[in-house]
Ligand binder design. Structure first.
Ligand code: B4P
Length: 189
């Protein structure tokens, strides 16, 4: 089963996906981490991606789809994949829908928090792309380009909203419980 983690920059998708994967033996695929690894390795793709990321822009869809689809195709039937940071645009969501085995996208977890909470967290994280002007641009890009995916997955009846302005442990308990519940439904289907 594939569980998509949706939400604004800094909402804690990476934090939650990492903890849930470790605790439950699930697979965590973070497109942000993949891009940062490529950039650190100095690959052509990584160096291009770094320019988009440092401005707070999204990396082009064709690059992202290429990175993710091969990994989706390598999944085994009983794997649980936490997809963190992908899709971020409607074309990415459509390509994911085509590449994923029929019925395997079981869940979209939508983490929500106010812009004030998000900005404070990102400033505290202090990554290279976490300056105030870049954060504000990323939030604008998120509202315009990624947030429409909330309605897209709500229309597919697989969306669960999680209030993400709470302690990490509380969010983690709810996240793991929702994934396990979706998993048991796909197993009995
Ligand atoms: P990502 O790496 O995905 O980063 P993010 O969305 O900023 O952070 P996330 O929500 O995972 O928050 P985190 O757990 O770190 O993206 C980086 C860039 O890559 C994008 O801007 C884009 O350029 C590019 N990219 C990636 N995927 C792409 C795609 N599909 N298409 C195009 N471009 C793509 O948490 C943030 C901070 O909050 C941390 O310091 C954490 O410790 C803290 N925190 C988390 N939960 C907390 C809680 N409950 N309470 C208090 N603090 C908390």
């Amino acid at each position: 089963m594939i569980a998509i983690l949706l939400g604004a920059p800094g909402v804690g998708k990476g934090t939650q996906a990492q903890l849930a994967a470790q605790a439950n033996g699930w697979i965590h695929l973070s497109t942000g981490d993949l891009l940062r690894q490529e950039a650190a390795a100095g690959s052509e793709l990584g160096l291009q991606a770094k320019q988009y990321m440092s401005r707070g822009d999204l990396v082009p869809d064709q690059v992202m789809v290429g990175l993710v689809v091969s990994r989706i195709c390598a999944l085994k039937a009983d794997d649980v994949l936490l997809l963190d940071g992908f899709p971020r645009t409607l074309p990415q969501a459509e390509e994911l829908g085509k590449a994923a085995p029929s019925g395997s996208i079981g869940l979209a977890l939508y983490f929500s928090a106010s812009d004030d909470v998000l900005t404070a967290r990102l400033l505290g994280r202090g990554r290279q792309d976490d300056s105030l002007s870049v954060i504000q641009h990323r939030l604008t890009v998120y509202r315009e380009t990624t947030e429409p995916l909330v309605a897209y997955y709500r229309n597919q009846n697989i969306l669960h909203e999680i209030q993400a302005d709470r302690p990490v442990e509380a969010i983690q308990a709810e996240t793991s419980e929702i994934v396990k519940s979706a998993l048991s439904q796909t197993e009995t289907a």
